[in-house]
Design a binder for this molecule. Sequence first.
Ligand SMILES: Cc1ncc(COP(=O)(O)O)c(C=O)c1O
Length: 384
Amino acid sequence: MTGKAIRLSKSVVGRQEAEAVSRLIMEDGYLGMGNEVRLFEEEIAQFLGVPTDTVMCVNSGTAALHLSVGALLEPGQEVLVQSLTFVASFEAVSAAGAVPVPCEVDPRTVTIDLEDAQSKITSATKAIMPVHYAGNPGDLTAIYEFAGHNNLRVIEDAAHAFGGTYRGKKIGSFGDVICFSFDGIKNITSGEGGCVVTRDKRVAERVQDARLLGVEHDTVNRYAGQRSWEFDVRSQGYRYHMSNIFAAIGRVQLRRIDNEFAPRRRMLACAYRRLLDGCPDIAFFDADYAEVVPHIFPVRIPDGKRDLLKKYLEDLGIGTGIHYKPNHLLTYYGAGRVSLPGTEKIFSEIMSLPLHPALKEEDLEFICGHIRRYLSREEVHDVP
Ligand SMILES: Cc1ncc(COP(=O)(O)O)c(C=O)c1O
């Protein structure tokens, strides 16, 4: 180690978030789901330019996806989803009793390959879950056309994409069912958390009740500072609602995204491209940073050099990641019974470089300088 430690990702929170939580503890007197969550939902809706009752906050992005799948599909029905995503996307589908069908990705954007998806449609296919990998939604127009032709619902896994736009429109401001994550390292964080955005009133109602153990209309009572005592439950629910503490943090973060986090993430991603331009053996994925707010910064390093470079950087104190191990290789999802050669090749070559708003330009120069030095050697070998 050089004594320098550069984290792959980080929660960027400070005095404002601490004060918001402190105010809630000292003055509000209720930490569960109440007024603060209602305000967070209102402010997210305002930010996206959608009606307030289309936004439902929950305690994780996985919960948002799980409730959405549960509201739309029956057990045994199939969801087309790229294999190269965080396991949360797959878990959310299988937790609802539905079946995730692993698909290939477009190698330029790591978003779902619609040709491959088309070949996997059966009579049980009812939805497609495009994952906005690294913040990039890919060709959403084509995805919605594909869904229309095949009579599928769309559940956007937009865990990486909060704050970004598609053709000038905010992700989440249009579409079918959109799920965001606000976990500790996302574009904004509420500690843990997430939300569902949908204009489908039936789905919105199902999600509202299902996040509160299926207790009908409990959201309305909680937002009025009350509890439901005389109620009915008609379907399975979960304890997935958001707490006032999470919302207090999220509300501050939401105020910071446009002026602080989004420009900083975009600037850092552009700086990586500039500093690594022409570097042998590094390939970038496509992304238009006028639209995408990058959540992670993955690159491709071919010819078996990825693991060597990863170790070299780790030894220097530079955190790196692999986003992600494809789900079709996991035991629970078939242990490689299905072959997805394109996805497997990308998996063998991807590596994510540090990206979070607290990174400094000098950190990027340090990281990129070492990558250049390492990859320009005559022979890349396992010695730092
Ligand atoms: C692609 C993707 N989908 C879903 C999730 C789930 O979000 P959460 O961690 O808030 O449950 C994540 C989180 O890392 C993710 O990266």
